[in-house]
Design a protein around this ligand. Sequence first.
Ligand code: ZN
Length: 222
Amino acid sequence: MGDDGTGGAPVEIDADIADAIEGHKRFREDFLRDRAFFEALATAKQKPRLLWIGCSDSRVVPAQITGADPGELFEIRNIANSVPPANSFDDSVGAAIEYAVLHLGVDDIVVCGHTGCGGVAALVEGDSVGETSHLSRWIDLTRPAHALIKAAGVTGPARLDETAKAHVQFQIDNLMTYGIVREGVERGSIGVHGWLYDMREGRLLAYDPDDGQWRDLLSLGS
Ligand SMILES: [Zn+2]
């Protein structure tokens, strides 16, 4: 039989993996067609233009909604696009922020929430995940936004999407607890942007800290 590199365990190809194999086959065709582009990516140091902090949600695809090519977005994706404050329980987000800013020289940071976010809804729906689970500790990061929107008396269908917006604003506050971000913003060398992807309309909204309004991102373009 010989060593097939699988440790002897049979590799099971179910429909989901078969789909990924088919998809990779199509990607290989693109890769070979654009070989020079991919070779340049592989040989040069990455130089992304944005640090994107977004939700893990499979329906919100950063490169798709910003038209970014490989090499253009340095991504942190987690449940509900959260930024734990510096010196909290998590090092993953802080490590990626430091790497992006200090080593890659990224000078724009986008925190992007989205409508219909399950991570934001979790606290309302009281999903039973156990008090001490990783998930409940993480979801707790959305609590300040829920408290704010509840205090503002927002109810009904608008409540969750308004909470998703408030959560983005709180994550921007949390970004400022990282010294390298705060100092960069104060120096004017780093821009921090709060966005929300409206899945039903397929459009990005941008938060304006000057007047607290959310506007269509396209209205900011030239
Ligand atoms: Zn989400």
